[in-house]
Ligand binder design. Structure first.
Ligand SMILES: [Zn+2]
Ligand SMILES: [Zn+2]
Length: 289
């Protein structure tokens, strides 16, 4: 995440003012974002991996499918470090219960890191019952600890390549690097180029202006939106074919820049409104809830 603690503070203030996300959750997110900022991963440290050849990539095969992402050597240590950072957060008690399970050998953090890389939700399912106060704590903590690594692997795979330029419109929906679904999007430039951000490796990539990224529908009559006067610059782009939506921000006329994970948090009320209208979001929020 190329953001600063100062910017984080501004965003948190804005979230407190606008979103209906509980204060305890905001404090946890703030702590995690700070930890991620303090524990970056240098793409140079990522082991070399074989990438999909150019022909197959053009046809939609991800450059480095998530299933073959390298595993960080210090994965378990990273999760422990993040748990320590959360020890005096509102999740503190549940985090120390989680640490107890790790110490007793009941939760293998290395296996959890591999599961987070694979997106293996079944691995995490039993922990929901073990931590009823915070059923998503384990996948959240492990996923958050793995995020800087996933971002670095994607950057190493891409090298100098920029997937947000006009020549790189990617019509396949999923992330061109890892194959995961997009979590949010934003409009950029005079013409409003539509850039999606991957839910897993956070790579930004250019998507077609009018297309559902989930079922690839392009018929204009099927594509609509949900917005709210309380949240200028935010829109949920809906698709009547698959009943799903993606959140897209347009801050071009506003004095603000996009920080996808924080923008997502700030506009959670829009997600609730859409869900009440029967729209579904196929990914978790940028923060795993
Ligand atoms: Zn990705
Ligand atoms: Zn669709």
């Amino acid at each position: 995440m190329q953001q600063t603690p100062e910017k984080l503070e501004q965003y948190m203030q804005s979230c407190r003012a606008k979103s209906n996300v509980p204060e305890a959750m905001l404090r946890v997110v703030e702590r995690v974002a700070l930890w991620q900022w303090e524990h970056p991963v240098d793409p140079v440290s990522v082991p070399a991996v074989e990438l999909t050849d150019a022909d197959r990539h053009r046809q939609g095969v991800p450059l480095l499918p998530r299933a073959v992402f390298p595993v960080p050597e210090d994965g378990a240590a990273r999760v422990e470090s993040l748990m320590e950072a959360l020890a005096d957060s509102p999740l503190g008690e549940t985090v120390s219960a989680m640490m107890g399970r790790v110490q007793r050998g009941e939760l293998d953090l290395s296996a959890a890191v591999r599961a987070a890389l694979l997106g293996d939700e079944a691995f995490f399912a039993p922990y929901a019952a073990q931590f009823p106060d915070a059923p998503r704590l384990v996948p959240f903590a492990v996923g958050s600890a793995v995020t800087p690594w996933a971002e670095a692997v994607a950057r190493a795979a891409l090298g100098e390549k920029d997937l947000t330029t006009p020549e790189t419109v990617w019509p396949h929906g999923h992330c061109p690097v890892c194959g995961a679904l997009p979590v949010v999007g934003d409009l950029r430039g005079k013409e409003g180029h539509r850039i999606h951000t991957c839910s897993f490796c956070h790579t930004p990539y250019r998507a077609p202006r009018l297309q559902c990224p989930f079922c690839l529908e392009t018929a204009q009559g099927q594509l609509g939106f949900v917005d709210s006067p309380d949240l200028p610059g935010f829109r949920l782009l809906t698709c009547s074919t698959c009943r799903m939506y993606i959140k897209v921000t347009d801050f071009r006329e506003m004095d603000r820049t996009s920080w996808p994970a924080m923008d997502d948090l700030e506009s959670m009320t829009l997600d609730l409104a859409a869900m009440e209208q029967g729209w579904r979001r196929p990914t978790l929020s940028a923060w795993g809830f």
